[in-house]
Design a protein around this ligand. Structure first.
Ligand code: V47
Length: 372
């Protein structure tokens, strides 16, 4: 079938997509700039169905944020607090272990664990936290610590990134989430997150993790002061690293939520931009298997539509979310498994529950089995 595109400039891109050819930076810019969202989405859907057929993956997980105390003061963030802030919190180990078991009625397959850069919690403390979680929840995959947290823990422990990752893995880390990447452009990072490791360091930590055999995810924060060139540059840097390591499992575009941040004057992203971010990622990141629609960030309604614009994965039951809700998200904190199933089925897709490593999961009311 030859689709009719309103924006004829997209036809050469369609030809490349049909031939399975890699898109370049100019293609990426045009995809971000074209008003023909249906054409962009049509091509992304083609790639998505080529890779995953009619399946939409989803998972049953719980987020755990042990502390919001953070030495960095990133303008993009409403979550991090200074230790002296009366609203700041740090859970004890017992609290982490207890909360991990709360708030969910169906067996979760994943704990997603991230937090602030705490000036006093040691690598030893985090390792004990992980060992305690593994002891209490041996079947649950621990997806823990962004590249930024890993670099900070290494710096404080005065050991290499590699050694830090090895210790965390020995204590229970099974894979790494994709947060903290923001946008790699140094010009933009100086404004939105000047206390964080730079883009090259983020990529280097990811490379080290992948070399050790740890899978990770990757993200891009969009909708603040970045340009379309910055977005394309970010995606192509992720693609280049993936060519080398193959360690990224999924890409998650993250829309900037300005409320309660130092950048609160910026407007929120539009549905158009959120859908387009999914589609362009699917088209440029030809070597990353999955594109995830994170409903907390884009609302369940938009995440549902995203399944027809390039996304093949819906994350997740979540249970307790702090980072986006501190920044003004009005979505709920949790979706039940049955609600995820409904969002997927109503989009005409086949739901397939996965574990963190994208292995199908079979479950009863209270237990699950990973099909390997
Ligand atoms: O690291 C922080 C970003 C990330 C704001 O790997 C903000 O499976 C928007 O990384 N507005 C956390 N974004 C979320 C994240 C994530 C979510 C779901 C799945 C996975 C995965 C990863 O959110 C942070 C930061 O990049 N963030 N503040 C804000 N105001």
């Amino acid at each position: 079938m030859q689709p009719i595109f309103d924006d004829r400039r997209l036809v050469p891109i369609l030809e490349k997509v049909r031939a399975g050819e890699r898109l370049d930076a100019d293609d990426g810019l045009l995809l971000y700039r074209s008003p023909d969202i249906l054409a962009v989405g049509w091509m992304a859907n083609l790639v998505r169905e080529r890779k995953h057929g009619n399946v939409t993956w989803f998972n049953v997980n719980r987020h755990i944020n042990p502390t919001d105390v953070c030495v960095a003061s990133c303008r993009l963030c409403a979550f991090g607090k200074k230790a002296r802030d009366p609203k700041a919190y740090t859970w004890s180990l017992e609290e982490v272990w207890q909360r991990a078991g709360e708030g969910w009625s169906e067996a979760v397959t994943e704990f997603h664990i991230v937090g602030g850069l705490h000036p006093e919690l040691t690598l030893g403390w985090y390792c004990e936290m992980l060992r305690g979680l593994k002891q209490r929840f041996p079947d649950v995959h621990l997806k823990a610590f962004t590249m930024v947290e890993i670099a900070y823990l290494a710096q404080r422990a005065k050991i290499s990134i590699r050694e830090t990752l090895e210790q965390l893995r020995a204590a229970g880390v099974d894979s790494l989430p994709g947060g903290g990447a923001e946008i790699f452009s140094e010009r933009v990072r100086r404004v939105i997150c000047d206390h964080k490791i730079d883009g090259a360091q983020w990529l280097e930590v990811a490379r080290t993790a992948h070399r050790l055999g740890l899978k990770s995810n990757c993200t891009m924060l969009y909708g603040h002061i970045e340009t379309e060139e910055d977005r394309v540059d970010h995606l192509l840097k992720l693609r280049a690293l993936q060519d080398d390591t193959g360690g990224f499992q999924t890409f998650i575009p993250l829309a900037f939520h300005p409320a309660n941040t130092a950048l609160h004057h910026l407007p929120v992203t539009t549905g158009f931009d959120d859908i387009r971010s999914i589609a362009v990622a699917r088209l440029l990141l030809d070597n990353i298997d999955h594109i995830k629609a994170y409903w907390i960030m884009m609302t369940p309604a938009v995440a549902q539509i995203a399944q027809r614009f390039g996304a093949d994965d819906l994350d997740g039951t979540v249970v307790e979310e702090k980072i986006y809700h501190d920044a003004g998200a009005t979505t709920s904190q949790s979706l039940r498994r049955t609600e995820l199933l409904r969002l997927i089925r109503e989009a005409g897709r086949e739901p397939l529950e996965r574990d963190t490593l994208y292995r199908p999961v079979q479950r009863t009311e209270t237990a699950f089995t990973v099909l390997v």
